[in-house]
Write a protein that binds this ligand. Sequence first.
Ligand code: KIV
Length: 273
Amino acid sequence: MTTQSTRIPPVTVPALHQMKADGRRISMLTCYDATFAFAMDHAGVDTVLVGDSLGMVVQGCDSTLPVTVDHIVYHAAAVARGLSRALLVADLPFLSYATPGRALDASRRLMGEGGAAMVKLEGAGPMLETIATLAQRDVPVCAHLGLTPQSVMKLGGFRVQGREAVAAQRLRADALAVQEAGADLLVLECVPRMLAAEITASLRIPTIGIGAGAQCDGQVLVMHDLLGLRGRHRTPRFVKDFLAESDSVEDAFAAYVAAVRDGSFPAQAHGFD
Ligand code: KIV
């Protein structure tokens, strides 16, 4: 007797590219433990990010800078145990990818010990060689442009990027450059919605927006923000509390997935001009 598997196929890197080609929006949420990962997976979240935001929302720090590779590996391994469908992305922490060699070592740990299917790193310019090195060694890379929280000391705070013409032009060029270096996905954080739409249309790889308008190929939120949890930090304007209109945490995750898919999240009020 043969048994038919009811297992839903896992989300893969080519599947994400196909979603962009088909115009199907991609949902991503940050996650830091197995129980929430299990609930997100069941709610249909496509990609789960063990972000270095864990420094702020889990560890209570003022920035993401104190997060280490050991921290991300620990949380990624826990999250991986909760997932069966969603693709697991893990952040390379501050300066853990300062050279291509260090990036390879840290990625080996995130993927080998943490179970990640993709690593995320911030920036273009000097990072292009690192992205190319990782991509040539078959490490799927998610680039991250716009507001890059690991640069907070240089930026002087968490604020919208790309509003001035010169900065907008640099962002357009950086987005193309990370794609050509081999990135498979691009997070755009706190970027004016028109600029994010333009960049999204110019790329083959999917863009995932956070505070970047509804025209990105997908959306990401920090889990605590989606659940309306207020910590020591100011709640950004691009956040929506999905738990407020839901009966359970899993329903809130499902409502987020549905709203990303049908384009009702983010609304105009969640974006920047
Ligand atoms: O660390 C993180 O949670 C992130 C998302 C905000 C994209 O990088």
